[in-house]
Design a protein around this ligand. Structure first.
Ligand SMILES: Cc1ncc(COP(=O)(O)O)c(C=O)c1O
Length: 359
């Protein structure tokens, strides 16, 4: 596409050209309706078809078993930080594994509503590390164990998930969902804010084992109540119609590419060339521990805040945008979600090489 930059933002983030083109095609007149999807009633036949198609497409793409439900929730992933303890602790302790700021935020939110046990906190090693199973200490009988699968800010990612437990595993997959196949049955609940690999901001997608959703507890706010949302098929009130439509387009695009195994292959390849370059470089320093590195968010620095700032500014002039690291980590961060093509990473490496030589 003409005049498009490579957008390395952590989220909202880059969308594939194919997705934007499919949306553009239908923008003014969706399938002969004479209106855009943005203008359609969520109760209309046309929109309900989009809604069902998105849900069924996601179910197929992620191979979601029949005993799971897909809910489109409001309030983003942060809304889920509250609705999870409200719906699922049922008076028990909830265990949280803290590997970065979003898992800490999730735990802090849960503390407002009940007992929280911290099974691990990576603060000491500055969240550069994903723990092994033997570094985790769970409470006696937790309602669930919560973890964040990919730490967007620190650039670390779980390569395999804890298995030595007898309870429900809940994962915030906001920044790595749809980047690779996952075995949904290993989790009671997987959730994600959509604005990275699932399209645009405005929904949190929750994939939840049906048996966890019991009778609606009247004290849980209706908009966060999983049983009520299920009863109303995520239409207790007006759902975020457009983000759900865009998710459907992202799902179509990934199916056409060859599904999650194919995108994983591409993601591994993209991340490998960047990490290999960083490892070979004497100029750049990689932030995360090697074994814990994320395929989605690559954190690094030039070793000097002024140089990092100059790097981000000059990169932007060259069409490589949003490379400044998060303020908690500093340095630089290249978010290379599904929609970032390999050519974008290659161009980044070329730029890094030039910048290192000049400085
Ligand atoms: C891993 C993770 N969890 C949660 C959030 C918060 O998401 P939201 O802005 O949808 O509440 C983010 C946002 O970047 C994230 O990366």
């Amino acid at each position: 596409m003409e005049n498009r930059v490579y957008n390395f933002a952590a989220g909202p983030s880059m969308l594939a050209d194919e997705v934007l083109l499919a949306i553009k095609e239908e923008l003014f007149n969706y399938h002969g309706s004479g209106m855009s999807v943005m203008e359609m009633s969520h109760r209309s036949k046309g929109y309900l078809e989009i809604f069902e198609k998105t849900k069924n497409g996601l179910k197929k793409l992620m191979n979601i078993p029949d005993d799971y439900e897909i809910l489109f929730m409001h309030g983003g992933a942060t809304g889920m930080f509250a609705s999870i303890p409200l719906n699922l602790t049922k008076g028990k302790t909830a265990d949280y594994i803290i590997t970065g700021n979003f898992s800490k935020k999730a735990a802090d939110e849960a503390k407002k509503y009940g007992d929280v046990h911290i099974a691990y906190d990576g603060k000491e090693n500055n969240y550069t590390h994903i723990p092994d199973e033997n570094e985790l200490s769970f409470s006696a009988d937790p309602a669930y164990i919560h973890l964040c699968a990919n730490n967007t800010i620190y650039g670390t990612e779980w390569k395999s998930f804890p298995v030595n437990h007898k309870t429900t595993l809940i994962a915030d997959m906001s920044s790595d969902i749809l980047s690779k196949p996952v075995n949904v049955s290993d989790f009671g609940l997987i959730y994600a804010g959509a604005q990275k690999n699932m399209g645009i901001a405005g929904i949190a997608v929750a994939i939840i084992r049906k048996e966890l959703i019991e009778e609606a507890d009247v004290k849980v706010p209706s908009i966060m109540n999983y049983a009520l949302e299920l009863k109303h098929d995520s239409m207790l009130n007006t759902p975020a119609t457009y983000p759900i439509y865009v998710l459907g387009k992202v799902v179509d695009w990934l199916e056409e590419l060859g599904g999650l195994a194919e995108i994983e292959k591409r993601n591994i390849e993209k991340a490998k060339i960047l990490y290999d370059y960083l490892d070979a470089s004497k100029f750049y320093k990689s932030f995360a521990e090697k074994e814990s590195r994320s395929l989605m968010n690559v954190t690094f620095s030039c070793g000097d805040p002024d140089l990092d700032a100059a790097f981000a500014a000059k990169a932007a002039e060259n069409g490589l945008c949003n490379l400044k690291g998060h303020r908690l980590v500093g340095g630089l961060r290249a978010s290379i979600y599904n929609a970032m093509p390999k050519a974008g990473v290659e161009k980044l490496i070329e730029f890094m090489d030039d910048f290192a030589r000049e400085n």
